[in-house]
Design a protein around this ligand. Structure first.
Ligand code: IPM
Ligand code: MG
Length: 351
């Protein structure tokens, strides 16, 4: 099994190192190959997604991705910015289904920004469409109007087939869980969302065992902090999913805990923590590596069919939390505070 390892920028290499230590401990027949991506790709070859990196990603059975971005790249033209690497990988590899689970570990209920009883036992799965919507819709740009001022514009678009395939992912995931699917849109205002709602409803005829509901995105943003446990699986478009998944991460205590999978139609996938490159804490050995370690577990589960190994990693993460290990982002007073490396070592020790 060949894994493309793309650490990227900022804390990327620190958190990936811990995920690799965990994978190594499992002694699976994995062939790991590392390549530069994001700002690191730009520094190495003038391109955030170098040709060789894309080739490696195409050839691999799965991709383990750290994070991209950094202040020094913020002024570059958009095509050269680190974010283009992750957007390019998603698009080139047709990774249209983004799975972002948000689970509250019992030990961390107190670390949530919400009261513990609101989030205790929370287990939701956000499924975000990842290759369409206003992220990729054409035309887009900044042009000059006849009156001399500039106007910026982007285009939100979804085809029926794009909606249908992500709806199937949503229903099938719901079927394996609590059988509840909430489709999130803005159909009271947007045509794209009206089509989204119609198609998700149509596809639902094939899944009479799954209870479908629809919710406007603004209401969903509110419900997520009001009564988050009402949700099982949420399916939504690229833009709304980007925003809601960051919001949902805070229910769990820290964005540093949340893994994600981005899958194509054959379950080949890219796995990454949902947090970013956090340049402000890079190189300080304080970032939480658990989201990346849990992303490696998702990789074993979804793309490599190593379910037992994935279970082992997830149990080990639970155990280190039970044992009181906490990185700074999840540390309450009196906790056993550890750095990135020590947290990774604790997981390895549990394995
Ligand atoms: C995410 C990130 C990306 C996105 C950025 C880095 C392009 O926020 O994966 O959620 O907007 O999709
Ligand atoms: Mg985001």
């Amino acid at each position: 099994m060949k894994i493309a390892v793309l650490p990227g920028d900022g804390i990327g290499s620190e958190i990936i190192a811990q995920a690799l230590a965990v994978l190594k401990r499992l002694e699976l027949p994995l062939e790991l190959e590392t390549a530069a991506v994001g700002g690191a790709g730009y520094d190495a070859s003038g391109d955030p997604l170098p040709e060789a990196t894309l080739k490696l990603a195409r050839e691999a059975d799965a991709i383990l991705f750290g994070a991209v971005g950094g202040w020094k790249y913020d002024e570059l033209p958009r095509a050269k910015r680190p974010e283009q690497a992750i957007l390019g990988l998603r698009k080139h590899l047709s990774l249209f289904a983004n799975l972002r689970p948000a689970q509250v570990y019992a030990e961390l209920a107190g670390a949530s920004a919400l009261r513990a009883e609101v989030v205790a036992g929370l287990d939701i799965l956000i499924i975000r469409e990842l290759t369409g919507d206003i992220y990729f819709g054409q035309p887009r740009g900044i042009h000059k109007l006849p009156d001399g001022q500039r106007e910026g514009f982007d285009t939100m678009r979804y085809t029926e087939s794009e909606i249908r395939r992500i709806a199937h992912v949503g229903y099938q995931a719901a079927r394996k869980r609590g059988r509840k699917l909430c489709s999130v849109d803005k159909a009271n205002v947007l045509e794209t969302s009206q089509l989204w709602r119609d198609v998700v409803t149509e596809v639902g005829k094939e899944y009479s065992d799954v209870e479908l509901s629809h919710m406007y995105v603004d209401n969903c943003a509110m419900q997520l902090v009001r009564t988050p446990k009402q949700f099982d699986v949420i399916v939504t478009g690229n833009m709304f999913g980007d925003i809601l998944s960051d919001e949902a991460s805070m229910l769990t205590g820290s964005i540093g805990m949340l893994p994600s999978a981005s899958l194509d139609a054959k379950n080949k996938g890219l796995y990454e923590p949902i947090h970013g490159s956090a340049p402000d804490i890079a190189g300080k050995d304080i970032a939480n590596p658990l989201a990346t370690i849990l992303s490696a577990a998702m990789m074993l589960r979804y793309s490599l069919n190593q379910v037992a190994a994935a279970d082992r990693i997830e149990s080990a993460v639970k155990k280190v939390l039970q044992d009181g290990y906490r990185t700074a982002d999840i540390a309450e007073a009196g906790a056993r505070k550890v750095g990135t490396k020590e947290m990774g070592e604790a997981v390895v020790a549990c394995l």
